[in-house]
Design a binder for this molecule. Structure first.
Ligand code: ZN
Length: 162
């Protein structure tokens, strides 16, 4: 009986260690449609939009407290979005001056460099008084992203085959 208790304790400890490791490592974030690498989870930011319909902090991409905002586009689309300081998605078209979601920022749509699907939007704050001063971030559609670690876990072989 004592041995079983010790064993259970050990298993429990190993699981806790595994979980704490899991949440500290950086995850890759991929395009859900083609697997192209878009950013690392350490580039996720928490840029609040004053027009968010709903916000929640979730554990995603091996990170705790990832800000997910439900943003409304064109009055009827409701899109869960995360923000990041970097992404390999490719901005197209001209900067749109009419603000959406983030006051003071112009924006343009941003597409997957491999398959061309809409990944989100790039936002840029222009200060006309200072030529170099612009800060940029990305709003990424959560539903179009997938975790690299999760994808890798799907293609692991069962122990019985090794
Ligand atoms: Zn893609």
């Amino acid at each position: 009986m004592f041995t079983i208790l010790l064993l259970l304790l050990f298993v429990n400890l190993s699981c806790s260690l595994e979980n704490s490791e899991k949440y500290n490592s950086t995850d890759g974030i991929l395009c859900r449609f083609c697997g192209s690498h878009l950013l690392s989870s350490d580039k996720i930011t928490s840029k609040h939009s004053p027009t968010a319909l709903y916000t929640v902090n979730d554990t995603l991409f091996n990170r705790n407290e990832v800000l997910v905002q439900l943003l409304s586009k064109d009055g009827f689309l409701q899109i869960p979005v995360i923000t990041s300081s970097q992404s390999t998605c490719v901005g197209q078209e001209e900067w749109e001056e009419k603000e959406i979601w983030f006051p003071g920022y112009t924006w343009k749509p941003c597409f997957c460099p491999e398959c061309g699907i809409l990944i989100g939007w790039m936002f840029e704050h222009h200060n006309p008084k200072i030529v170099e001063a612009h800060d940029q971030f990305f709003g990424l559609i959560l539903g179009n992203l997938i975790s690299e670690n999760f994808t890798n876990s799907l293609i692991k072989y069962p122990n019985s085959l090794l």
